[in-house]
Design a protein around this ligand. Structure first.
Ligand SMILES: [Zn+2]
Ligand SMILES: [Zn+2]
Length: 249
């Protein structure tokens, strides 16, 4: 399985319109971060897109413009769903509707803004529930419940890999569901406490707890400079960057 980090930026991207690069070095290209999103290439050669932020078109062109077979949503915030209209590009020549997987709440929010996309039956919204696995082709996917401020967001485990962003806390079941993963992409927005996101020192405890062999940080904001993180973090934890590819056996 191959994972491409399409974007690893915070909700307002980096540089942001209000704060620029903040504490990040503007001369380091890996500090240019579009909104967080990932592309999974499964062992049976399907492309699964996680989230469609506002930069999804450019992110997918950068990834070689692959055909998308399914879309998973972590939650309905603009930085994760705001580019949904671009999914039209993947519905035109399909025999079957494009399958989209999201929670019941996110389905309602999707329909409010993008209900028109379903008019011609080219997409199919599938409601998923925490800890109820489902399959896309031969790949089993386990949704993991996450608490994100006052909302619930969804993490996803695919075999030995998990993608967990926009998460402040998880319950015991969530941590148990992630045990034994080889590779983890974890959203950490700041080194400071945050109401909606786990911060850096909490994240290090989580990585210990889950015993993930390798972890990449995503959703990183203006306090998390790429090179500083590379120097300060242990070798099995790395900051992601836009375009990073991770292989998982
Ligand atoms: Zn976000
Ligand atoms: Zn969010």
């Amino acid at each position: 399985m191959k994972i491409r980090i399409l974007g690893c930026g915070p909700s307002n991207g980096l540089p942001s319109l209000s704060r620029g690069y903040g504490l990040c070095d503007p001369k380091e290209p890996k500090n240019n971060r579009t909104r967080s999103s990932a592309l999974i290439q499964t062992n049976d050669h399907r492309h699964i897109l996680i989230d469609t932020g506002p930069e999804v078109r450019l992110q997918l062109i950068g990834a070689g413009n692959p055909k998308i077979d399914a879309v998973l949503y972590t939650h309905h915030h603009y930085d994760h769903m705001g580019g949904a209209d671009d999914l039209r590009s993947f519905t035109a020549d399909r025999q079957q509707p494009l399958p989209i997987y999201l929670s019941a709440i996110d389905k309602n929010n999707f329909l409010k803004s993008w209900g028109y996309l379903l008019n011609q039956g080219q997409m199919q919204l599938n409601v998923i529930e925490p800890f109820r696995p489902f399959f896309i082709g031969n790949t089993e996917i386990l949704p993991v419940r996450q608490y994100h401020g006052t909302q619930i967001s969804m993490g996803f485990r695919f075999q030995n890999f998990a993608y967990s962003t926009d998460v402040k806390t998880m319950d015991l079941e969530g941590f148990e569901a992630l045990k034994g993963i080889d590779a983890w992409v974890l959203g950490v927005v700041s080194s400071r406490a945050n109401f909606k996101h786990v911060h850096l020192s909490e994240a290090l405890q989580w990585i210990d707890r889950v015993q993930a062999k390798r972890t990449w940080l995503t959703h990183m904001g203006q306090r998390l400079d790429y090179q500083t993180l590379c120097q300060e973090l242990p070798a099995h934890i790395r900051p992601a960057y836009d375009g990073l590819e991770i292989e998982v056996a």
